[in-house]
Design a protein around this ligand. Structure first.
Ligand SMILES: Cc1cc2nc3c(=O)[nH]c(=O)nc-3n(C[C@H](O)[C@H](O)[C@H](O)COP(=O)(O)OP(=O)(O)OC[C@H]3O[C@@H](n4cnc5c(N)ncnc54)[C@H](O)[C@@H]3O)c2cc1C
Length: 380
């Protein structure tokens, strides 16, 4: 076993760490407070090549491996999970087009997405269907050499800013998951509009919201993958997404632990720093154990992905573990801060609010357990 990073991976980590410490971290509280998309940091990510990591050189990117991406995700999330997540969304959308698109679609969309000139979103969740993808109500009716889309999508990251949406719709509700199909819909297409913005507890600043399709006609060439193949293709993309999301949870937990250690050393009670109290030390020790375990599971899963191996169970386990670690670590870090942790004077209250979403998005913790159990029952 070789646990060393390559020279390129180390260099990338140093570059992203410096960018995160100097440029992202000082902005995290303000992004949360104003709930405004950080356009300047988006542009900086594009300049640094961080928005085209997944795009192969022939389409203008660097085509980096999954381990490199995992490292970058963790480093950015240590400074701001919001900035990390807009990078994740951009990467996942590029991968979906790369893996499922025609040559014409790749040539058209990948260069501007990698350059940060356009923002793509995934429009899957609906007011009445999240985990149950086969239960979606957005329809795609074949008509005039294309499809007419009708339906509403909610809770979409970057919805309000979308130049391009990968839309999950059904061509036939009676076929359940076999009717699910993916479509590319561009901003400006008649019948495609944005709805309300979501008011969220955390991860604010990502323009999360609603989009509406009202008799929105798209030509047949906007199909992404074949008709009825959307479920399988969306599920495949989730595996990679779970690695990135897990890494964000680890980065967030790492940041919270560092805050807790710093605070415990400087806060005094009963004649000495609270870091001398065993109750506090035990919380810190448990944080480190959880973070290291989750990080190792994630890195290994990313490495397996780079070897071309299936990672269905591994990615679900890594995401589940990392999410639970983030929730526990941020809660304990807040506890160590006492009343200061509950105030906006310190970043811990924001981290605590942000951590919760990791047990919900990219598949809830219950769904991860379902995936893991199903795989186990097949494997043994
Ligand atoms: C900040 C944010 C950003 C998001 N961004 C996007 C995005 O960009 N694009 C997008 O399409 N979606 C996005 N989502 C939606 C997200 O993917 C869904 O919230 C998630 O899939 C869960 O769906 P749901 O909220 O409808 O919950 P539901 O599916 O209604 O689940 C409700 C509860 O029931 C449980 N449950 C459901 N089914 C089962 C089962 N079979 N067994 C056991 N328990 C079950 C769930 O675990 C959960 O606890 C985002 C959500 C948030 C909060």
């Amino acid at each position: 076993m070789n646990f060393e990073l390559t020279d390129e991976q180390r260099m990338l980590r140093e570059m992203v760490r410096e960018f995160s410490e100097k440029e992202i971290k000082p902005r995290a509280a303000e992004i949360d407070r104003t709930d405004e998309f950080p356009w300047d940091l988006w542009k900086r990510m594009a300049e640094l090549g961080l928005l085209s990591m997944a795009v192969p050189p022939e389409y203008g990117g660097s085509g980096m491996d999954t381990v490199s991406w995992a490292i970058a995700q963790e480093e950015m999330a240590r400074a701001s999970v919001v900035v990390a997540d807009i990078q994740l969304l951009s990467t996942l959308m590029q991968k979906m087009i790369l893996q499922n698109g025609t040559e014409a679609q790749k040539t058209k969309y990948l260069p501007p997405l990698g350059a940060g000139e356009k923002i793509a979103i995934i429009a899957q969740t609906e007011p009445g269907a999240g985990s149950d993808v086969a239960g979606i109500q957005t329809t795609a009716r074949p008509e005039r050499g294309g499809y007419v889309l009708n339906g509403t999508k909610r809770f979409l990251t970057c919805a309000m800013l979308a130049d391009l949406a990968i839309v999950v719709a059904t061509v036939d509700k009676s076929r359940a998951h076999k009717g699910v199909t993916l479509f590319l819909v561009e901003k400006g297409t008649p019948g495609f509009s944005t709805g309300s913005k979501e008011h969220l507890m955390g991860v604010r600043g990502m323009a999360t919201g609603e989009v509406v399709f009202d008799n929105c006609w798209v030509p047949e060439e906007n199909l992404l993958g074949g008709e009825g193949e959307g479920f399988k293709r969306a599920m495949m993309s989730l595996d990679t997404g779970r690695i990135g999301i897990g890494c964000q949870a680890v980065g967030l937990a790492q940041a919270a632990m560092e805050e807790a250690v710093r605070y415990a050393k400087q806060r005094t009670a009963f004649g000495g720093p609270i870091a001398n109290l065993q109750a506090v030390q035990f919380m810190l020790a448990d944080m480190s154990v959880g973070i290291e375990a989750a990080r190792l599971r994630l890195r290994h899963t990313a490495w397996l992905k780079d070897q071309g191996r299936a990672i269905i169970r591994e990615a679900a386990e890594a995401k589940l573990l990392a999410s639970d670690v983030a929730v526990k670590v941020t809660a304990d870090a807040l506890q160590i801060h006492g009343a200061y942790g509950y105030s906006t004077d310190f970043p811990i209250e924001r981290m605590y609010r942000e951590a919760k979403v990791y047990q919900i998005w990219e598949g809830t913790s219950e769904i991860q357990r379902l995936v893991i159990a199903r795989q186990l029952l097949k494997e043994y």
